[in-house]
Ligand binder design. Structure first.
Ligand code: FE
Length: 170
């Protein structure tokens, strides 16, 4: 019974990953190398105390939440999205749009230092990873099939973010 379940689970995981894949073979300009150091650096044992197991799996182990499962996928309130690990402001709701991908999508970060981009060749795909610019937490991937004005789609895991309503002071 178990032998039959494992291939089915593998296929499900692979189909989830390919959904967040880019259609073309363009490359986004990464703004940092793999040796970036971050303002907030903590050992894994510390992150495990701060984050839920699900957040840890995405933010520190580069996991991906299931498509259409995240709390912010169809969320349209006005405000900002912060890193769930360190509170760094990442995205403004003004740049959020419905991509149909199954994950919250934005066409640009809140400012140029909010995130760091890195090449990611894991899982047999050529992608560009989005990291929090302050703590290095994994947020998702960016693709070049987004809307104007940037043409980019920042495809982000809901669980890696915390929403904050507008009119609250930063
Ligand atoms: Fe962060």
């Amino acid at each position: 019974m178990k032998k039959a379940i494992i291939p089915v689970i593998s296929i499900l995981i692979l189909s989830q990953l390919s959904f967040c894949q880019q259609k073309g073979d363009k490359s986004v300009t990464e703004n940092n190398s793999t040796s970036t150091t971050f303002e907030i650096e903590k050992p894994d044992s510390e992150w495990k105390k701060i984050l839920t197991p699900e957040q840890y799996q995405v933010l520190r182990e580069k996991g991906t939440e299931y498509a259409f499962s995240g709390k912010y996928y169809l969320y349209d309130k006005k405000g900002i999205y912060r890193c769930a690990a360190c509170g760094n402001p990442l995205f403004d709701s003004k740049t959020k749009y419905h991509s149909g991908s199954g994950w919250p999508s934005f066409y640009k970060p809140i400012d140029e230092d909010a995130v760091v981009l890195r090449p990611d060749n894991s899982d047999g795909m050529k992608r560009t990873e989005i990291l929090c610019g302050r703590c290095g937490g994994h947020l998702g991937h960016v693709f070049e099939d987004g809307p104007k004005p940037t043409g980019l789609r920042y495809c982000v895991n809901s669980i890696a973010m915390e929403f904050e309503k507008k009119n609250k002071k930063d």
